[in-house]
Ligand binder design. Structure first.
Ligand SMILES: Cc1cc2nc3c(=O)[nH]c(=O)nc-3n(C[C@H](O)[C@H](O)[C@H](O)COP(=O)(O)O)c2cc1C
Length: 135
C-alpha cells in the first residue's frame, strides 16, 4: 500500500495527529500547501472545525485532488465540540469523484483551555493504531 499524509492546522493539534499517523505509515506529514503529485492508495487528510465548518483552504485542497492519483481519502482530525468533519470533506470529494474511505479517526482537540492537552499521548497512540490497519 502507498500513503500520503496532509494536514491543515491553526493551533497545532492536527499536525500532532498527522505526525503520529505518518510515522506509523513511514511517510512524512506535510501541510496541504504541498500538493499530492504521486499515485497513492490512501491519502490521510487531517482537518478540523473552525466556526462550524472546515477551512476554505481544506475545501480548495480537496477540490484540486486528482482522482487518478488518489485512491481514497482517509479523514482524520480533532474538534472541541463537534464531531467528525467527514460529511463536509466528502461533499467536496464527491464533486470531483475522489473516493472517501468509510472509516476515519476523530478525537477531542484543545480549544481555549477546554480539553486541555488533547490530542494527548493516548489519542496519538490510537491514531497510530488506526493508521496501522491500512498497512
Ligand atoms: C478559530 C477557531 C474556531 C473554532 N471553531 C470550532 C467549532 O465551531 N466547533 C468545534 O467543535 N471546535 C472549534 N474549534 C476548535 C478546534 O476544532 C480544535 O481546537 C482543533 O483541535 C483545532 O485543530 P488545529 O490545532 O489543528 O487547528 C475552533 C478553533 C479555532 C482556533
Amino acid at each position: 500500500m502507498t500513503f500520503a499524509v496532509r494536514y491543515y492546522t491553526k493551533t497545532g493539534n492536527t499536525k500532532r495527529l498527522a505526525e503520529a499517523i505518518a510515522k506509523e505509515l513511514g511517510v512524512e506529514a506535510l501541510p496541504i500547501s504541498v500538493p499530492v503529485t504521486e499515485k497513492v492508495d490512501y491519502l490521510f487528510l487531517g482537518n478540523s472545525y473552525y466556526a462550524f465548518s472546515i477551512d476554505p483552504e481544506v475545501r480548495a485542497f480537496v477540490s484540486r485532488l486528482d482522482s487518478n492519483l488518489v485512491g481514497r481519502v482517509v479523514n482524520f482530525g480533532t474538534a472541541a465540540m463537534l464531531n467528525s468533519t467527514y460529511k463536509k470533506v466528502k461533499a467536496e470529494a464527491d464533486k470531483i469523484g475522489v473516493m472517501m474511505d468509510d472509516n476515519e479517526f476523530h478525537c477531542k482537540g484543545e480549544f481555549k483551555g477546554v480539553h486541555k492537552g488533547r490530542p494527548n499521548e493516548e489519542d496519538l497512540k490510537a491514531a497510530a493504531e488506526f493508521a496501522r490497519r491500512y498497512k
